[in-house]
Design a protein around this ligand. Structure first.
Ligand code: F6P
Length: 462
């Protein structure tokens, strides 16, 4: 059987399979590796002045992890710089937050070259190579330059920008050409897939063919495969967690009040200030909700050394303080804002007892929190998902209360609709959503993507 080589920017080596990594994506990728056998290569999350000559190799449950640190320069320019201050805002439609420097770009290329240098000797010539995410677009080209001929697929976990936006990024043509080196490019939604193909056609002169585009004599296949969650596992974790001390303490602290919950990384793409404003608007418009609801926002620290993220943290602290100062009473505080990370089980327990999951990114490739919220619900008495139409997940979760995250008034109305929804309607909407996310599970995602990659490989005559 073909070996699988997965490459992603961040790799956490698990202690053992009994203690799997926290993130859903990590679970999906290690699941794929467990099935095929193989290697996982990427950054180990450390920043070191001196690089070891070769990646550190660790074997856990039949999977080889080959990891490397970044130097402080690479971290600031490749990771914080080009990946997260150029590509991240660009792909999330936020040009005003994009800041381009030539050094960022050069470091991005150089790190991808270094990764290719370190990965090439680990290849045995019989593998499928699967590269994940925007940090690593130039990797396939760098591998090809080193003589690697095996099929290479790419999956973009974040949105693909429209052609008009893409052109705002200096060097966009070369970046797009590098992406066109892959045999298969996977995206989260049909909309992202169309955006990529349009850029390849209008920007590089490719032509549409069945299953993708042709550029010169190369066919770049494209596929839309929405990332999913492991519904059964999440539902079991959420149900187990409801009796836990933490969840009980939350329930006691709420009393008879309805909980509106948001939980994500502290990132400007998540639309958190807009969300706080919408809750304030709800309290303005619906006096009866005062004293009867609590909005709890968990924002886990992320990319803390990037200026925009520090600013956002300050903004949210002041918004939460403002709402509480304006509406709190001697026995009720309307918002609970936490800048910390909770264990997965606790979070799922919190989701299960919430009346509303408030998930309103300004732009998001998929948004797994939306799916996790649905998976965590009690089938007999589910909460309501209020979801941004700009999250990739909105294409699947049509039975959510769909809102526009820039519309404060519309979001407040969405919250009111969710809070006053009958149990019968909540159950009906939840059933529709659970059916979709069970079908488009995490396992289905990786199996479908890898089947597409195998099909692309079979069509190659390299
Ligand atoms: O795809 C977006 C992503 O890179 C995820 O893979 C990851 O969980 C998240 O953004 C945060 O990324 P990081 O902390 O590595 O910058």
């Amino acid at each position: 059987m073909t070996r699988l080589v997965v490459v992603s920017n961040r790799v956490t080596v698990p202690k053992s399979r009994q203690k799997p990594q926290a993130g859903g994506l990590a679970v999906a990728l290690s699941g794929a590796l467990a099935e095929y056998g193989g290697l996982w290569f990427g950054w180990d999350g450390r920043v070191e002045e001196t690089l070891p000559g070769a990646p550190e190799r660790t074997e856990v449950d039949g999977i080889t992890y080959a990891t490397t640190p970044l130097t402080p320069y690479e971290h600031d320019n490749y990771y914080a710089g080009y990946s997260n201050t150029v590509l991240w805002p660009l792909c999330h439609f936020m040009l005003a937050r994009m800041e381009y420097h030539g050094d960022y770009r050069r470091s991005y290329e150089a790190v991808n070259e270094r990764f290719a240098d370190e990965l090439t000797p680990l290849l045995e010539g019989d593998e499928l190579i699967w590269v994940n995410d925007y940090h690593l677009v130039p990797l396939a080209r760098a591998l090809r330059e080193r003589g690697v001929e095996r099929p290479i697929g790419f999956f973009l976990h974040i949105p693909f920008p429209s052609y008009g936006l893409l052109k705002a990024m200096p060097g966009w043509r070369d970046w797009l050409r590098a992406l066109a080196t892959y045999d298969l490019v996977g995206l989260q939604t049909a909309e992202d897939r169309r955006a990529l193909e349009t850029s390849l056609v209008y920007g590089l002169g490719a032509e549409w063919v069945e299953g993708g585009v042709r550029l010169g004599d190369q066919v770049i296949r494209t596929t839309a495969r929405p990332v999913g969650v492991d519904v059964e596992e999440l539902a079991a974790l959420a149900a187990d967690s409801t009796g836990s001390r933490r969840v009980n303490r939350l329930v006691e602290s709420l009393g008879a009040r309805d909980l509106i919950i948001g939980a994500e990384r502290l990132d400007y793409s998540k639309g958190l200030p807009h969300r706080f404003d919408a809750y304030e608007r709800l309290l303005e418009d619906q006096r009866r909700r005062r004293g009867r609801t609590v909005f709890m926002q968990i924002a886990s620290p992320s990319r803390e050394n990037i200026g925009e993220y520090e600013l956002l943290r300050e903004t949210l602290e002041s918004r939460a303080g403002h709402i509480n100062g304006r509406f709190a009473d001697f026995d009720w505080v309307p918002t609970r804002y936490m800048n910390k990370t909770f264990a997965r089980g606790s979070l799922l327990g919190f989701f299960r007892i919430a009346r509303v999951g408030f998930v309103t990114p300004l732009r998001d490739g998929m948004n797994l929190v939306a799916k996790e919220f649905v998976a965590a619900q009690d089938p007999e008495d589910p909460g309501v998902l209020v979801l941004s139409e700009l999250a990739g997940a909105a294409a699947e979760l049509e039975a959510a209360v769909i809102v526009n995250p820039y519309d404060r008034e519309g979001m407040a109305a969405g919250l009111e609709q969710a809070l006053s929804m009958s149990r019968a309607e909540r159950v009906e909407r939840w059933q529709q959503m659970i059916e979709v996310i069970t079908r488009n599970s995490l396992t289905a995602w990786r199996r479908n993507y890898l089947a597409d990659l195998e099909a692309a490989a079979a069509g190659l005559n390299r």
